[in-house]
Design a protein around this ligand. Structure first.
Ligand code: GLN
Length: 599
């Protein structure tokens, strides 16, 4: 097993996750089997209890792990399936050590950061790295480990110590350290400054780690003399210094690394015999996707009606899935961010300007998407958005809360149940069309939702959703919710024209709703965005974008033959996050409440 450690210096938000994923992809394209581990030095056991506002989206895995969004990058870039153990946190490590201490496993010993915590970290890495993630048997060849945060953070110290020990444990030739750093350019003279990287590397060395490769973020390619200077002061050979300069979309990053022969430098450090592998990775599909994405002109405009608008990290996988679908439909994706609460009547009274802008944004979109969410802020606005899409035949995709709000809207508007609501927002509602699931916990928030991959059975293979999924009888998608459609109100809703076209194995749990009389009104209890891949866009996102761009009939015709031409053989893909999504370099066209940049 070979290990590639990716650390970050100078500032956060440099796009370490995308860099690490791109390195993984590059090594994969050399013929190696690659897995990955993300280390998050925070004390939370997992990302499940963290706010998407602060931390970005919570990514959900097949096994129900609620993890850092970087695992989404790895799954999308490497097309692998990771487990919750591929995300290490301080919380998980300490809990495992404390559990062992309580069992008496360290009897007689004082339990300490070194060696007990540091050993636990190393054992965890070694154990998880050996687990295959690509559906094949036997351990992978390479494990890419990304250390979250920036060198020098107090909370990452035990991890740095453990990784220093680990590099010694696995031995030279099996460990390669790539340090991602920033080379700022001073505006006045346009000079590329090396000092921050020098300091950062010095910090790394003082903690016992030596970088083998420097990946420098900068606006333009590094000048030869800058590379030479970095090499001299950081003791890294010039051929091991690569520049990750700004690109039009982040699918270019693996190509950038390949063109600078990063794979050769890494494989040399890892003592891999180049003659035994593909030493010239082609990345044909990635090249085509990156170029295609740059060339798209005709737009498709999607209104994202959410709570954390403008923060693309909070809805990262949804944006990726929209992009995968848009590129497959040969459309340039434009997101109209609509803050749900701005659509509400209270805003119209208190802040009419804001309300008008939100409505204009919603009305100028070709499609409406209401993503998942928790808490009551903006819920009425999401209900309004669903009503607008339903009544005006605008393509609509509701995800999780976006399905629940669509059901509430239908109950209110069509069944005339004015007080219809979810008990999440009104515990005493007289018409609870969305209710708490019996197996949930109201006292413990961490990991107690209905989580991970669950099966949905289509009730009618002719429904749009079923057809988009290739008319399969059932599908497996990832879930993350506490509430569900009230099974006792389903008959009533069905009689009023709402079709429940996907249910769980018991038939009591509603997973997909559709309106047959509408061009495209589909909402799901699960999160299809998590399994969307570049070149393999998620079926329902593809349906949404196809409907929004006049291609749904064609798509459905093709789906009947079970060959999805939109997904196969075409160069669809995603604009993977580069930077933390708050940086203007993530390959998505954003307007509305966003920053209006082609980013
Ligand atoms: N808050 C809703 C629930 O818990 C929806 C969750 C979601 O959108 N992920 O059921």
């Amino acid at each position: 097993m070979k290990y590639v450690l990716v650390t970050g210096g100078v500032v956060s938000g440099l796009g370490k996750g995308v860099t690490a994923s791109s390195i993984g992809l590059l090594l994969q394209s050399c013929g190696l089997r690659v897995t990955s581990i993300k280390i998050d030095p925070y004390l939370n056991k997992d990302a499940g209890t963290m706010s998407p506002f602060e931390h970005g989206e919570v990514f959900v895995l097949d096994d129900g792990g609620e993890v850092d969004l970087d695992l989404g990058n790895y799954e999308r870039f490497l097309d692998v399936k990771l487990t919750r153990d591929n995300n290490i946190t301080t919380g998980k490590i300490y809990q495992s050590v404390i559990d062992k201490e309580r069992k008496g496993d360290y009897l007689g010993k004082t339990v300490q950061v070194v060696p007990h915590i540091t050993d636990a970290i190393q054992d965890w890495i070694e154990r998880v790295a050996a687990v295959p993630v690509d559906g094949k048997e036997g351990p992978p060849d390479v494990c890419v480990i990304e250390l979250g945060g920036t060198i020098g953070d107090i909370e990452s110290m035990p991890f740095i110590e453990a990784l220093g020990q680990f590099s010694y444990r696995v031995g030279a030739g099996n460990f390669c350290l790539i340090h991602v750093s920033l080379v700022p350019v001073l505006n006045v003279v346009g000079e590329q400054k090396t000092k921050p990287t020098q300091h950062s590397v010095r910090g790394l060395r003082s903690l016992g780690l030596t970088p083998n490769i420097l990946a420098c973020r900068s606006t333009t390619a590094l000048d030869a003399n800058v590379k030479e200077k970095l090499s001299r002061f950081c003791h890294v050979p010039e051929e091991n210094i690569v520049t990750l300069y700004d690109v039009s979309n982040i699918w270019h990053i693996p190509l950038l690394l390949r063109d600078q022969k990063a794979h050769e430098a890494i494989l040399k450090v890892l003592d891999v015999d180049l003659s035994c592998i593909v030493s010239k990775p082609v990345l044909r599909e990635w090249t085509a996707r990156a170029q295609l994405c740059d060339m798209l002109n005709e737009t498709v405009r999607v209104a994202m009606v959410g709570k954390y608008t403008g923060l693309s990290d909070s809805y990262l996988s949804v944006l990726k899935a929209l992009l995968h679908a848009s590129v497959a439909c040969r459309r340039k994706l434009v997101i109209n961010w609509v803050s749900a609460s701005d659509l509400e009547d209270v805003t119209a009274i208190e802040n009419p300007e804001v309300n008008r802008a939100a409505w204009n944004s919603l009305k100028s979109a070709d499609a409406v998407l209401v993503p998942g969410g928790f808490g009551d802020r903006g819920v009425e606005g999401k209900i309004i958005a669903a009503k607008y899409a339903r009544e005006n035949n605008i393509p609509y995709l509701g995800i999780c809360l976006g399905m629940q709000t669509a059901v509430i809207e239908y109950a209110r508007s069509i069944l005339g149940l004015e007080n219809a609501n979810s008990t999440e927002f009104d515990p005493n509602t007289t018409d609870p069309c969305v209710i708490f699931m019996p197996e949930g916990s109201k006292t413990h928030m961490g990991g107690t939702m209905r989580l991970g991959s669950r099966r949905t059975y289509f009730q009618n293979l002719d429904s749009k959703a079923a057809q988009l999924y290739g008319s399969q009888r059932f599908i497996d998608e990832r879930h993350r919710h506490r509430y569900e459609v009230n099974p006792d109100m389903v008959l009533q809703l069905e009689k009023a024209g709402l079709s429940f076209t996907g249910k769980d194995e018991s038939g009591r749990r509603m997973q997909v709703i559709e309106l047959e009389s509408h061009p495209y009104f589909v909402a799901v209890q699960f999160h299809p965005e998590f399994k969307s891949r570049p070149g393999k866009p998620s079926a329902l996102f593809l349906g949404l974008i196809a409907a929004a761009s006049g291609q749904l009939d064609l798509l459905l015709k093709k789906s009947v033959t079970k060959t999805n031409v939109f997904a196969n053989g075409m160069s669809a893909g995603s604009p993977h996050r580069y930077g933390n999504g708050k940086s203007p370099v993530n390959g998505i066209y954003i307007n509305g409440n966003g920053n209006g940049l082609h980013v």
